[in-house]
Design a binder for this molecule. Structure first.
Ligand SMILES: [Zn+2]
Length: 274
């Protein structure tokens, strides 16, 4: 599943490759992924329009046109490909944008969980889906008071709270494991039982881990490979995630894998005591 750093990488790559291209036609093979328009409304909205820029918030990609935006969430397996017009459609290509220069942008999704929302540019941050998200960890609004206030209402495991995108947006399964390891917090700790130091560490390490992952182009592991020829390198930097039965870099203890609310979770029982 792509997380914030991987989506940032996709955004930067697409920005370089398709900004300025004009959409001549669109084929839709799975219209259910469009959440707030019919197939024909979708086509009418974007045909003849030029992509002015591409942005990102949390794990959403935002294609910007003159006054309208297309908000795309890749969910589990969504990927974009840029191909020549002559190449045949592959089975999992659900939407194809044809540009006037003879190239195409194809949305490929084996699981079909990805979504599209159309939104006026002025409403992007005040309308669903973006308005429902919490802040990204880098934002100045993310302070000790903000996070403590959110977490003190939660008796669920901190791992689950950090995956809840309405508290902080952008941390997924991989990066939450890394942040909790660096913060020395057991993933099952009740969110409202964290110390002041714990909360400060979560903020500090969320920023550190995400910034480093963005710099390295994200994490490319078997669950998500980028389609645009960009391979992330953060998988070489993982301290805890995917390291079951290996030795903890800090203390040498064998790393455990457990399930926390159904999500595979890696932790060191020595460094991250309950
Ligand atoms: Zn350890």
């Amino acid at each position: 599943m792509p997380e914030l750093p991987e989506v940032e990488t996709v955004k930067n790559t697409l920005k370089n490759l398709i900004t300025g291209k004009e959409i001549r036609d669109i084929d839709i093979f799975y219209s259910k992924m469009i959440r707030n328009a019919t197939e024909s409304e979708f086509k009418i909205t974007f045909m003849g329009k030029t992509i002015k820029d591409i942005d990102r918030y949390g794990k959403y990609l935002i294609f910007l046109f003159d006054d309208i935006a297309l908000i795309s969430h890749l969910r589990m397996e969504g990927k974009y490909f840029i191909k020549d017009i002559d190449l045949p459609r592959e089975k999992h290509e659900h939407v194809i944008f044809y540009f006037t220069d003879g190239t195409t942008l194809r949305y490929n999704d084996t699981r079909k969980f990805g979504t599209y929302d159309i939104c006026e540019i002025k409403d992007i941050y005040t309308n669903s889906p973006i308005s429902k998200l919490g802040y990204e960890p880098f934002e100045k609004e993310v302070t000790f008071n903000y996070l403590q206030n959110k977490l003190q209402k939660k008796s669920i495991a901190i791992k689950s709270s950090l995956l809840d995108q309405t508290i902080l947006t952008g941390l997924g399964n991989i990066y939450v494991d890394e942040v909790l390891f660096l913060s020395k917090i057991h993933p099952e700790t009740q969110s409202n039982k964290l110390t002041k130091r714990n909360i400060q560490d979560i903020i500090k390490y969320s920023r550190e881990v995400l910034n480093k992952a963005i710099k390295l182009g994200g994490t490319t592991i078997r669950s998500y490979t980028s389609s645009l020829g960009v391979t992330g390198r953060f998988q070489n930097e993982l301290l805890i995630h995917m390291r079951k039965d290996e030795a903890c870099y800090t203390c040498g203890t064998t790393i455990d894998k457990i399930k926390v609310n159904g999500r595979g979770t890696y932790y060191c029982k020595e460094c991250q005591k309950k």
